[in-house]
Design a protein around this ligand. Structure first.
Ligand SMILES: Cc1ncc(COP(=O)(O)O)c(C=O)c1O
Length: 434
């Protein structure tokens, strides 16, 4: 088995999140539950901040990776900004205490209400993705007597990212404006009232293992930035997006220092603020999904471990074919390993976490973790099949807190409403067919 991520380790044969045994969390909170290690998150942030030390850089944590208010507060306390992709994420970042002047807001579809909300808050910049959006920004800002600070998201036509579905910077992707069209769009935008063009933005994909495609995209962004400045645009921010990859299995650690050196070389003398939008890098390895075995089923020569977590709790395997390590919470060093299919409870054949995983002979009620689940896990969870809504716990040294309680089926149904005519029909005995 590959090594454990920082923040998680066996002590006396039991898996711990920092100073807290996972068995204790399961007993007190129930399962399935996401467990995050606060100091592992902090360590990631510091590693990034140190790599870019000496450069005028702001790390805007990508809220979409894990938008829990406690996680946002943790990064805000370290000096991070936030990268939001909806009015809801802007609201979350503000509520968690991220200062508005550290919030950037991207996303291909911003409604007038979302634009208004962000303008009222006074965010650092809108990362605009189309001419139509820039024109809406102008109209809404003018109506409010405000100026919208705008960076244009360009598509540099660089292929990057760990999966076709998380590559965003190739020709034909829906994000941004083709880089060749950017000068004309900047001229148009600069002439619009209510808009102040302040920067260039790019983000080419996620789970990028190698600095080379990032460097290629950055180089194109810097060239454009210099050209626009030379053409008289008063730009002061260059947003280089997120995308730094993490270790799910046996990937080499990302070469942060190498990337930072490339950035320093490319942006030498540029005299602007650099923005970064890492999400996965800061949180993925600092989280596990803690789950319980409901049944062990042996049939047709296969051994299935059926968990209480499923694709509704962690959708990445079903959606991206993603790999998550599976590990028992109680170590069984002397037990032999058996090829095991690890599956969830959902009535879908895609509800599979892994096939032929070599695991000790686990049994009903045993606990396991799905590793590297801190990013794009809880945020994508649903209550499909009317399962309990996902819970989250933050561990910080020897203490832990529930940062999202499980949402019971009663609480879920309480959010639904019965139309008066259906209720009346039932009371009058209508609708009975027999
Ligand atoms: C605009 C933007 N910025 C940042 C990110 C964060 O990416 P990652 O989690 O790979 O760092 C994303 C994610 O897709 C994104 O769309």
């Amino acid at each position: 088995m590959e090594g454990l991520a920082t923040g998680f380790a066996y002590r006396d044969g039991a898996l711990m999140a920092e100073g807290v045994p996972l068995e204790r969390i399961a007993a007190e909170v129930g399962t399935p539950v996401y467990v995050y290690a606060a100091n592992a998150m902090r360590a990631r942030y510091r590693a990034l901040a140190e790599a870019f030390e000496g450069q005028d850089a702001l790390v805007c944590y990508a809220v979409k990776a894990n938008g829990n208010l406690a996680v946002l507060r943790l990064f805000a306390d370290l000096g991070a900004g936030a990268d939001a992709v909806s009015g809801g994420e802007v609201t979350r970042a503000l509520r968690a205490g991220v200062p508005p002047e550290r919030i950037v807001y991207a996303g291909v579809a911003k409604t007038d209400d979302e634009i208004r909300l962000a303008l009222e808050a006074g965010i650092l910049q809108f990362n605009a993705e189309s001419v139509a959006e820039v024109e809406r920004l102008s109209a809404v800002a003018r109506g409010m007597g405000r100026m919208a600070p705008v960076a244009l998201r360009v598509n540099p036509d660089v292929s990057a990212g760990g999966h076709d579905k998380i590559s965003t910077g190739r020709r034909g992707d829906k994000f941004g404006i083709a880089i060749e069209e950017a000068p004309a769009v900047f001229r148009h935008a600069d002439a619009l009232p209510g808009v102040r063009c302040r920067g260039v933005h790019l983000h080419v994909g996620s789970q990028i293992q190698d600095a080379a495609p990032l460097a290629a995209a950055y180089a194109k962004g810097v060239d454009l930035f210099r050209g626009l400045r030379a053409a008289g645009h008063g730009l002061d921010t260059l947003d280089l997006g997120g995308g730094i990859g993490v270790r799910y299995r046996d990937e080499a650690p990302f070469d942060l220092e190498g990337l930072a050196a490339v950035v320093a070389r490319l942006t030498e003398g540029l005299g602007c603020r650099l923005l970064f939008e890492p999400g996965r890098f800061l949180v993925a390895e600092a989280g596990v999904l803690l789950s319980k075995v409901i049944f062990v089923k042996e049939t047709d020569g296969r051994r299935f471990l059926v968990l209480d977590a499923g694709m509704q709790t962690l959708v990445r395997p079903a959606m991206y074919g993603a790999w998550h390590g599976v590990r028992p919470v109680v170590e069984r060093p002397d037990a032999g390993l058996l090829p095991t299919d690890v599956v969830g409870p959902i009535c879908e054949s895609s509800d599979v976490f892994g096939r032929d995983r070599m695991l000790p002979p686990l049994d009903r009620d045993d606990l396991v973790v799905l590793e590297t689940a801190g990013a794009y896990g809880a945020v994508m969870a649903s209550a499909y099949n009317s399962r309990v809504g996902v819970a989250e716990v933050l561990v910080d040294g020897d203490r832990f807190a529930v940062i999202r309680p499980p949402l019971s089926i009663e609480a879920q149904m309480a959010q639904e409403r019965m139309p008066a005519w259906l209720e009346a029909g039932l009371e009058a005995g209508l609708g009975a067919t027999a």
